[in-house]
Design a protein around this ligand. Structure first.
Ligand code: GCW
Length: 677
């Protein structure tokens, strides 16, 4: 059955044709010493790939022959040291690799080489991808080094098996049976991550439970770390700031208290005795009710530094989230994170990342980039994306997020003049003492296909590829995914890619166009609720609708959010004429009859977007229905029925929002749009 469990590592037969025959020629013999750890994992993957794609058994040999594969490191294959390309291997980073056709001892061979075993595994996955996506294996000269060092999934998995904002079933960590029972699913999870270069996993929710740091739970976590190790994935945990009180028997968690400091020091020592390559802590502090250093009159930096100091001897790091806002809502939520963290720039220890979300509110369908990117020149920053579709239709809507990720990463902060994109800010190794990071809150659960919606897999995939290279093209990544997931046939690929490329804008159109945000249902975060009115979570703070206008004035004369951006980004957002229409109502309060660049009034334009969004879903349905018979029935039906659901939801969003807005604007739906449902 085609449940989708294999993800993009399907290795289905390429068939019998000229190309696959040429692949067979090049993979007949393999020199690949190494029976443990990452090398063994890589060899196992190569064996599975060659057998699935080409129907050939991995034939290992020790003598060099023309056309063979040679795979390893200078340690596993000392012959590499005598080759002309040896300096190139030595020049690779810890996780980099080469894939190239070379002459060795007079034979023409394909080399996959790295300095480290994990580099070899990454290289093998890349090599398999070349065949999965039917690329030529001649004239290979691939050299890859990841552009970011820590590429980490931040699971929001609770210890009771539920997943906060998870829509694909329950947590895949079976805590009850850990550490002894090692499920195949853990290995497949690790393989999938390694195939895109993800090298870390925070196992538990940022809304943390202190008991995850108790010895019995640490032992369980060590079981997962053992499974993940060959795949280059380090385990991290969230650290609840009140843990010294909750599980340590102390009466305070004050970071300035020597007893508290000692408790953390001992705790970290214990963790490393169980998990020698433990990655470090992720912390949500003084945000949405979580405890933190501010409870004791200390700053975020005081809290982060206390943890960083005890992790440092072991090479561990701290991800300190910048997602903070004042619950009592006296301040525009958009400016809160910057205001709290900007003054702390330069005050963190070297092994601390401050981790803002991609935008300044909270994983909305579209947000301008978070102004802390470009705003903290003396602090290493990690960026948190949400892969799980909390505000993008859960697992029911087809929304390819690669385009959203790319939009943020390629936004220009102008921190050091033109070209200071968010991606470059993350990659600025000079300011970050050689470290760099990115995080994604995954959409993974116990559903047979892991992500609920089959196309959710593309978002996990795209996050990994962009974490490896944040300047990669999301369209090309989509193409690789679609080829590996469905087919290399153009008749399948082009509709699939069209659907993916239009999907996120469609979602924005039928939910929150023109810079609207945070008008989703209060409880579920799915479906419309622009009418929600609550003193803490006041919808009116987000769209401020009246009879005359809609939108929030965040210009210099308003809440001042624009002032958090560098010039000329600041001027661009500040001026209603130059503010990109997609951020219009985010930064401006605009009268209903305002003339948009299109010549339409704001009201008409808004209505058009909502209608367009629904039409786009219908187009997606149409494109998908053309694939009937071209892909297997099970996956076809799965996506087709979800698209039907998505169409209904899109109509719900459109009509719910427009009817509500109409109560204020008093304006009609333009005649050419009104259509009976
Ligand atoms: O988006 C909000 C979510 C919360 C989440 C919080 C956060 C983990 O609705 O569920 O809590 O953000 O990112 O901390």
């Amino acid at each position: 059955a085609e449940s989708g469990y294999e993800l993009w590592l399907r290795y289905k037969p390429l068939g019998n044709n000229e190309l696959s025959e040429s692949y067979r020629q090049r993979n007949r013999k393999v020199l690949f010493p190494g029976e443990t750890g990452s090398l063994a994992a890589a060899k196992k993957e190569l064996r599975a790939g060659l057998s699935g794609l080409l129907g050939i058994d991995l034939a290992e040999t020790e003598t060099l022959e023309d056309n063979m594969l040679i795979i390893g490191t200078p340690q596993s294959i000392p012959l590499f040291r005598k080759q002309a390309f040896y300096p190139e291997i030595e020049g690779l980073s810890d996780e980099g690799y080469l894939i190239q056709n070379s002459k060795m001892e007079g034979k023409m061979v394909t080399v996959i080489a790295a300095r480290t075993d994990i580099g070899v595994l990454y290289g093998v996955f890349h090599y398999l991808r070349l065949m999965q996506t039917t690329q030529p294996l001649e004239q290979l000269a691939i050299k890859e080094n990841p552009k970011l060092r820590y590429r980490v999934l931040n699971h929001w998995d609770n210890l009771n098996g539920t997943v906060e904002r998870g829509y694909a079933g329950y947590s895949i960590w079976n805590w009850e049976r850990l550490p002894f029972y090692k499920e195949q699913r853990y290995i497949d999870y690790a393989r999938a991550n390694a195939s895109v270069g993800i090298n870390g996993a925070v196992l538990n929710n940022v809304n943390a439970q202190a008991k995850s740091l108790r010895t019995d739970w640490l032992v369980k976590a060590s079981g997962l770390a053992d499974v993940f190790r060959p795949y280059g994935i380090k385990v991290y945990l969230t650290a609840k700031f009140s843990a010294p009180r909750e599980i340590g028997g102390l009466d305070t968690a004050n970071p300035k208290d020597p007893q508290v400091q000692k408790w953390w020091k001992d705790k970290v020592e214990e963790i490393y005795s169980l998990i020698p390559d433990f990655g470090g802590f992720l912390v949500k502090a003084n945000s949405e009710g979580q405890p933190g250093p501010q409870d004791y009159g200390c700053s975020h930096a005081d809290g982060a530094n206390m943890l960083a100091e005890v992790l440092e001897p072991y090479g561990g790091i701290v991800f300190w989230r910048a997602f903070v806002y004042q619950n009592e809502r006296q301040v525009d939520r958009v400016i809160n994170g910057y205001n709290e963290f900007k003054p702390l720039d330069g005050k963190f220890r070297k092994n601390v990342f401050v981790q803002p979300k991609n935008g300044p509110i909270d994983f909305q369908p579209r947000e301008p980039f978070h102004p802390l990117f470009g705003g903290m020149p003396d602090t290493p920053l990690s960026l948190e994306f949400q892969i799980t579709q909390e505000n993008l239709g859960h697992a029911g809507h087809l929304v390819y997020l690669g385009t959203l990720f790319e939009e943020t990463l390629q936004s220009d902060t102008y921190e050091n003049g033109k070209g200071s994109t968010v991606s470059k800010v993350l990659q600025n190794y000079q300011k970050t003492h050689g470290i760099s990071a990115i995080a994604g809150v995954p959409n993974i659960g116990t559903d047979l296909n892991w992500t609920g919606h089959l196309f959710g897999q593309a978002n996990w995939y795209a996050f990994g590829r962009l974490a490896w290279n944040p300047d990669a093209s999301s369209a090309e990544i989509a193409e690789d995914w679609a080829k590996m997931t469905f087919s290399n046939e153009d008749s399948v690929l082009s509709p699939v890619l069209r659907i993916m490329q239009m999907s996120r804008e469609a979602y924005v159109n039928y939910t929150m166009p023109l810079g609207l945000n945070h008008i989703m249902n209060y409880d579920t975060h799915n479906g419309p609720e622009p009418w929600h009115d609550d003193p803490v979570w006041t919808a009116f703070d987000y769209h401020k609708i009246t009879e005359d206008s809609i939108g929030v004035n965040r210009t210099a004369g308003g809440t001042g959010a624009v002032l958090q951006y560098h010039s000329p980004v600041y001027e661009k957002f500040e001026n209603i004429k130059t503010c990109p229409p997609e951020y219009l109502l985010w930064f401006h309060r605009v009268p209903w009859d305002y003339k948009m660049p299109s010549g339409k009034t704001l009201w008409d334009e808004l209505v058009c977007h909502y209608y367009k969004g629904v039409d786009e879903v219908r187009l997606m349905q149409k494109l998908w229905s053309g694939l009937k018979g071209k892909i297997d029935r099970e996956r076809f039906d799965h996506v087709a029925s979800l698209l039907e659901y998505q169409e209904q939801e899109a109509i719900w969003w459109r009509d719910g929002c427009l009817l509500f807005f109409q109560e204020y604007s008093g304006l009609p739906i333009p005649a050419d749009l009104e259509q009976p449902e």
